[in-house]
Design a protein around this ligand. Structure first.
Ligand code: GLN
Length: 311
Protein backbone atom coordinates (compact mmCIF):
# COMPACT_ATOMS: atom_id res chain seq x y z
CA UNK A 1 0.00 0.00 0.00
CA UNK A 2 2.96 2.27 -0.63
CA UNK A 3 1.04 4.20 -3.22
CA UNK A 4 -1.68 5.19 -0.73
CA UNK A 5 1.03 6.29 1.69
CA UNK A 6 2.67 8.30 -1.08
CA UNK A 7 -0.62 10.13 -1.66
CA UNK A 8 -0.98 10.82 2.08
CA UNK A 9 2.55 12.26 2.12
CA UNK A 10 1.79 14.36 -0.93
CA UNK A 11 -1.29 15.88 0.69
CA UNK A 12 -0.06 16.39 4.26
CA UNK A 13 1.96 19.58 3.55
CA UNK A 14 -1.17 21.24 2.15
CA UNK A 15 -2.40 21.84 5.70
CA UNK A 16 -0.81 25.32 5.48
CA UNK A 17 -3.71 26.30 3.17
CA UNK A 18 -6.16 26.06 6.07
CA UNK A 19 -6.46 26.63 9.79
CA UNK A 20 -7.93 24.72 12.72
CA UNK A 21 -11.50 25.90 13.45
CA UNK A 22 -11.23 28.99 15.59
CA UNK A 23 -14.82 29.65 16.60
CA UNK A 24 -14.71 26.84 19.15
CA UNK A 25 -11.64 27.35 21.38
CA UNK A 26 -11.32 23.63 22.10
CA UNK A 27 -10.89 22.92 18.38
CA UNK A 28 -8.45 25.75 17.77
CA UNK A 29 -5.81 24.05 19.94
CA UNK A 30 -5.35 21.04 17.62
CA UNK A 31 -2.06 20.79 15.75
CA UNK A 32 -3.06 21.75 12.17
CA UNK A 33 -0.31 19.61 10.65
CA UNK A 34 -1.84 16.32 11.83
CA UNK A 35 -3.16 14.05 9.09
CA UNK A 36 -4.52 10.56 9.75
CA UNK A 37 -6.18 8.18 7.31
CA UNK A 38 -7.88 4.86 7.90
CA UNK A 39 -9.59 2.84 5.18
CA UNK A 40 -11.32 -0.49 5.71
CA UNK A 41 -12.85 -2.75 3.07
CA UNK A 42 -15.65 -5.30 3.15
CA UNK A 43 -13.16 -8.15 3.56
CA UNK A 44 -11.67 -6.57 6.69
CA UNK A 45 -8.48 -5.41 4.97
CA UNK A 46 -7.34 -1.96 5.96
CA UNK A 47 -4.89 0.83 5.32
CA UNK A 48 -3.73 3.16 8.10
CA UNK A 49 -1.53 6.19 8.12
CA UNK A 50 -0.74 8.28 11.17
CA UNK A 51 -2.09 7.83 14.67
CA UNK A 52 -5.46 6.28 13.88
CA UNK A 53 -6.17 5.82 17.58
CA UNK A 54 -6.04 9.55 18.35
CA UNK A 55 -9.50 10.89 19.08
CA UNK A 56 -11.28 13.82 17.47
CA UNK A 57 -14.87 15.04 17.66
CA UNK A 58 -17.49 14.15 15.07
CA UNK A 59 -18.93 17.67 14.77
CA UNK A 60 -21.15 17.78 11.68
CA UNK A 61 -20.44 14.15 10.81
CA UNK A 62 -22.77 13.37 13.72
CA UNK A 63 -25.59 14.90 11.66
CA UNK A 64 -25.70 12.02 9.21
CA UNK A 65 -25.45 9.43 12.00
CA UNK A 66 -28.25 10.92 14.10
CA UNK A 67 -30.39 11.26 10.97
CA UNK A 68 -29.93 7.56 10.20
CA UNK A 69 -30.62 6.61 13.81
CA UNK A 70 -33.78 8.68 14.06
CA UNK A 71 -35.04 7.34 10.70
CA UNK A 72 -34.49 3.78 11.89
CA UNK A 73 -36.43 4.56 15.09
CA UNK A 74 -39.35 6.54 13.63
CA UNK A 75 -39.38 5.44 10.00
CA UNK A 76 -38.15 7.57 7.13
CA UNK A 77 -41.57 9.02 6.23
CA UNK A 78 -42.11 10.38 9.72
CA UNK A 79 -38.69 12.08 9.82
CA UNK A 80 -39.19 13.57 6.38
CA UNK A 81 -42.28 15.33 7.73
CA UNK A 82 -39.85 17.47 9.75
CA UNK A 83 -36.91 17.92 7.41
CA UNK A 84 -36.52 18.11 3.63
CA UNK A 85 -33.78 16.63 1.41
CA UNK A 86 -32.73 19.65 -0.68
CA UNK A 87 -29.23 21.18 -0.80
CA UNK A 88 -28.98 24.87 0.06
CA UNK A 89 -25.66 26.11 -1.27
CA UNK A 90 -25.42 28.13 1.94
CA UNK A 91 -23.08 27.72 4.89
CA UNK A 92 -23.97 25.07 7.48
CA UNK A 93 -25.22 27.58 10.05
CA UNK A 94 -26.98 29.93 7.66
CA UNK A 95 -30.30 31.42 8.72
CA UNK A 96 -31.18 33.03 5.43
CA UNK A 97 -33.63 30.38 4.18
CA UNK A 98 -35.40 29.65 7.44
CA UNK A 99 -38.32 31.87 6.57
CA UNK A 100 -38.52 30.49 3.10
CA UNK A 101 -38.72 26.73 3.52
CA UNK A 102 -41.00 24.16 1.92
CA UNK A 103 -43.84 23.52 4.42
CA UNK A 104 -41.69 25.21 7.08
CA UNK A 105 -39.13 22.38 7.03
CA UNK A 106 -35.36 22.96 7.15
CA UNK A 107 -33.84 22.20 3.74
CA UNK A 108 -31.91 19.11 4.83
CA UNK A 109 -30.67 17.28 7.95
CA UNK A 110 -27.00 18.09 7.29
CA UNK A 111 -27.28 21.83 7.91
CA UNK A 112 -27.61 23.04 11.50
CA UNK A 113 -31.32 23.87 11.20
CA UNK A 114 -32.09 20.34 9.98
CA UNK A 115 -29.73 18.64 12.40
CA UNK A 116 -31.16 20.41 15.45
CA UNK A 117 -34.64 19.42 14.24
CA UNK A 118 -33.45 15.81 13.97
CA UNK A 119 -31.98 16.07 17.50
CA UNK A 120 -35.44 17.01 18.73
CA UNK A 121 -36.67 13.65 17.38
CA UNK A 122 -34.27 11.45 19.38
CA UNK A 123 -36.34 8.80 21.12
CA UNK A 124 -36.64 8.55 24.91
CA UNK A 125 -38.63 10.03 27.77
CA UNK A 126 -35.68 11.83 29.31
CA UNK A 127 -32.73 13.68 27.83
CA UNK A 128 -30.42 10.96 29.16
CA UNK A 129 -32.45 8.20 27.51
CA UNK A 130 -32.47 10.08 24.21
CA UNK A 131 -28.71 10.35 24.13
CA UNK A 132 -28.04 6.82 25.39
CA UNK A 133 -29.96 5.48 22.39
CA UNK A 134 -27.73 7.41 19.97
CA UNK A 135 -24.54 6.60 21.88
CA UNK A 136 -25.41 2.88 21.91
CA UNK A 137 -26.15 2.92 18.21
CA UNK A 138 -22.67 4.34 17.55
CA UNK A 139 -20.94 2.08 20.10
CA UNK A 140 -22.45 -1.02 18.50
CA UNK A 141 -21.20 -0.01 15.07
CA UNK A 142 -17.66 0.86 16.21
CA UNK A 143 -17.26 -1.78 18.92
CA UNK A 144 -15.96 0.99 21.21
CA UNK A 145 -17.88 2.72 23.97
CA UNK A 146 -19.02 6.18 22.82
CA UNK A 147 -17.71 9.12 24.86
CA UNK A 148 -17.92 12.85 24.43
CA UNK A 149 -15.18 15.45 24.74
CA UNK A 150 -16.31 17.52 27.70
CA UNK A 151 -14.18 20.54 26.78
CA UNK A 152 -15.57 20.68 23.24
CA UNK A 153 -19.10 20.23 24.61
CA UNK A 154 -18.64 23.19 26.97
CA UNK A 155 -17.24 25.22 24.06
CA UNK A 156 -20.27 24.34 21.94
CA UNK A 157 -22.59 25.63 24.66
CA UNK A 158 -20.89 28.98 25.07
CA UNK A 159 -20.52 29.68 21.34
CA UNK A 160 -24.06 28.68 20.39
CA UNK A 161 -25.91 31.97 19.98
CA UNK A 162 -26.65 31.31 16.34
CA UNK A 163 -27.70 27.70 16.92
CA UNK A 164 -30.01 28.89 19.72
CA UNK A 165 -31.53 31.48 17.40
CA UNK A 166 -32.09 28.81 14.72
CA UNK A 167 -33.67 26.39 17.19
CA UNK A 168 -36.05 28.92 18.74
CA UNK A 169 -37.09 30.12 15.31
CA UNK A 170 -37.86 26.53 14.26
CA UNK A 171 -39.83 26.00 17.44
CA UNK A 172 -41.90 29.11 16.77
CA UNK A 173 -42.75 27.57 13.39
CA UNK A 174 -43.68 24.27 15.11
CA UNK A 175 -41.09 22.37 13.06
CA UNK A 176 -38.90 21.52 16.01
CA UNK A 177 -40.81 19.36 18.49
CA UNK A 178 -40.53 19.33 22.28
CA UNK A 179 -38.19 21.33 24.47
CA UNK A 180 -35.82 23.56 22.50
CA UNK A 181 -33.07 23.46 25.11
CA UNK A 182 -33.15 19.66 25.16
CA UNK A 183 -32.85 19.53 21.36
CA UNK A 184 -29.94 21.97 21.51
CA UNK A 185 -28.20 20.07 24.25
CA UNK A 186 -28.58 16.82 22.31
CA UNK A 187 -27.09 18.55 19.30
CA UNK A 188 -24.10 19.98 21.23
CA UNK A 189 -23.39 16.58 22.73
CA UNK A 190 -23.62 14.70 19.44
CA UNK A 191 -21.18 17.20 17.89
CA UNK A 192 -18.80 16.49 20.81
CA UNK A 193 -18.80 12.70 20.40
CA UNK A 194 -15.22 11.47 20.12
CA UNK A 195 -14.05 8.75 17.77
CA UNK A 196 -10.77 7.74 16.23
CA UNK A 197 -10.15 7.17 12.53
CA UNK A 198 -10.65 3.39 12.85
CA UNK A 199 -14.08 3.83 14.42
CA UNK A 200 -15.13 6.40 11.85
CA UNK A 201 -14.02 4.22 8.93
CA UNK A 202 -16.03 1.32 10.41
CA UNK A 203 -19.18 3.44 10.44
CA UNK A 204 -18.42 4.27 6.81
CA UNK A 205 -18.03 0.62 5.94
CA UNK A 206 -21.46 -0.19 7.41
CA UNK A 207 -23.03 2.69 5.50
CA UNK A 208 -21.23 1.64 2.36
CA UNK A 209 -22.72 -1.84 2.81
CA UNK A 210 -26.24 -0.40 3.18
CA UNK A 211 -26.60 -0.68 6.96
CA UNK A 212 -25.17 -4.16 7.53
CA UNK A 213 -21.67 -4.79 8.89
CA UNK A 214 -20.09 -6.92 6.13
CA UNK A 215 -17.63 -8.41 8.61
CA UNK A 216 -20.21 -9.72 11.11
CA UNK A 217 -23.46 -9.53 9.12
CA UNK A 218 -24.97 -7.50 11.95
CA UNK A 219 -27.90 -5.29 10.91
CA UNK A 220 -27.91 -1.61 11.91
CA UNK A 221 -30.27 0.19 9.55
CA UNK A 222 -32.26 -0.42 6.41
CA UNK A 223 -31.02 -0.17 2.85
CA UNK A 224 -33.74 2.40 2.17
CA UNK A 225 -32.35 4.70 4.88
CA UNK A 226 -28.76 4.06 3.73
CA UNK A 227 -29.66 5.21 0.21
CA UNK A 228 -31.20 8.44 1.52
CA UNK A 229 -28.19 9.09 3.76
CA UNK A 230 -25.76 8.54 0.87
CA UNK A 231 -27.75 10.82 -1.43
CA UNK A 232 -27.76 13.51 1.26
CA UNK A 233 -24.01 13.13 1.78
CA UNK A 234 -23.39 13.49 -1.93
CA UNK A 235 -25.63 16.54 -2.34
CA UNK A 236 -25.19 18.28 1.03
CA UNK A 237 -22.36 16.55 2.92
CA UNK A 238 -19.50 18.97 2.24
CA UNK A 239 -21.38 22.16 3.17
CA UNK A 240 -21.54 24.72 0.37
CA UNK A 241 -18.71 22.96 -1.46
CA UNK A 242 -20.86 19.84 -2.01
CA UNK A 243 -21.31 20.54 -5.72
CA UNK A 244 -17.58 20.88 -6.30
CA UNK A 245 -16.86 17.78 -4.23
CA UNK A 246 -19.45 15.77 -6.19
CA UNK A 247 -17.94 17.07 -9.43
CA UNK A 248 -14.26 16.51 -8.69
CA UNK A 249 -14.36 13.61 -6.19
CA UNK A 250 -17.78 12.08 -6.77
CA UNK A 251 -18.29 9.98 -3.64
CA UNK A 252 -20.71 10.36 -0.69
CA UNK A 253 -18.87 12.15 2.13
CA UNK A 254 -19.61 14.15 5.25
CA UNK A 255 -17.24 16.58 6.87
CA UNK A 256 -17.02 18.20 10.29
CA UNK A 257 -15.24 21.39 11.38
CA UNK A 258 -12.95 19.32 13.58
CA UNK A 259 -11.26 18.43 10.28
CA UNK A 260 -12.64 14.90 9.98
CA UNK A 261 -14.30 13.53 6.85
CA UNK A 262 -16.27 10.29 6.55
CA UNK A 263 -16.47 8.93 2.99
CA UNK A 264 -17.53 5.74 1.28
CA UNK A 265 -16.58 4.18 -2.03
CA UNK A 266 -16.58 0.95 -3.98
CA UNK A 267 -13.24 0.47 -5.75
CA UNK A 268 -12.58 -2.47 -8.03
CA UNK A 269 -9.03 -2.53 -6.76
CA UNK A 270 -7.13 -0.11 -4.57
CA UNK A 271 -3.73 -1.38 -3.44
CA UNK A 272 -5.16 -4.67 -2.15
CA UNK A 273 -8.44 -3.17 -0.95
CA UNK A 274 -11.61 -3.81 -2.94
CA UNK A 275 -15.39 -3.73 -2.85
CA UNK A 276 -17.23 -1.54 -0.38
CA UNK A 277 -14.96 0.63 1.71
CA UNK A 278 -15.25 3.15 4.54
CA UNK A 279 -12.72 5.99 4.57
CA UNK A 280 -11.91 8.20 7.56
CA UNK A 281 -9.56 11.14 7.19
CA UNK A 282 -8.64 13.65 9.84
CA UNK A 283 -6.66 16.84 9.27
CA UNK A 284 -7.68 19.75 11.54
CA UNK A 285 -6.72 22.53 9.10
CA UNK A 286 -10.00 23.54 7.44
CA UNK A 287 -10.74 25.92 4.57
CA UNK A 288 -13.08 28.93 4.75
CA UNK A 289 -16.08 26.69 4.09
CA UNK A 290 -15.23 24.29 6.92
CA UNK A 291 -13.73 21.31 5.07
CA UNK A 292 -10.38 19.72 5.94
CA UNK A 293 -7.90 20.81 3.26
CA UNK A 294 -5.70 17.72 3.49
CA UNK A 295 -8.70 15.38 3.51
CA UNK A 296 -10.22 16.95 0.41
CA UNK A 297 -6.90 16.84 -1.44
CA UNK A 298 -6.37 13.17 -0.51
CA UNK A 299 -9.92 12.14 -1.44
CA UNK A 300 -9.56 13.86 -4.80
CA UNK A 301 -6.29 12.06 -5.44
CA UNK A 302 -7.60 8.61 -4.58
CA UNK A 303 -10.79 9.23 -6.53
CA UNK A 304 -8.76 10.03 -9.65
CA UNK A 305 -6.24 7.27 -9.16
CA UNK A 306 -8.69 4.45 -8.36
CA UNK A 307 -11.70 5.68 -10.35
CA UNK A 308 -13.91 6.08 -7.27
CA UNK A 309 -16.43 8.59 -8.63
CA UNK A 310 -19.93 7.12 -8.77
CA UNK A 311 -20.55 8.96 -12.03
N1 GLN B 1 -20.62 22.30 16.39
C1 GLN B 1 -20.82 22.84 15.15
C2 GLN B 1 -21.93 23.84 15.07
O1 GLN B 1 -23.05 23.71 15.08
C3 GLN B 1 -20.91 21.81 14.06
C4 GLN B 1 -20.24 22.46 12.98
C5 GLN B 1 -19.74 21.68 11.84
O2 GLN B 1 -19.01 20.68 11.93
N2 GLN B 1 -20.01 22.26 10.73
O3 GLN B 1 -21.76 24.96 14.95
Amino acid sequence: MEELQRLVDLCRPLYTRGQAASYIPALADKDPSLFFVHIIDEHGKSFSSGDVTEKFTLQSISKVISFIYVCEEHGLDEVLKHVDVEPTGDSFNSIIRLENTYLGKPFNPLINAGAITVSSLLVGNTKEQQLVGLYNFISKMTGVETTINEEVYQSEIVTADRNRAIAYYLKSNEVLVGDVEVALDNYFRQCSIEVDARCLAKIGLILSNDGVDPLTNEYFFSKKIAKVAKALMLTCGMYNASGKFATFVGIPAKSGVSGAVLSIANPESMEGLSGKIGIATFGPAIDEIGNSVTSIAFLKKISEQYDLSIF
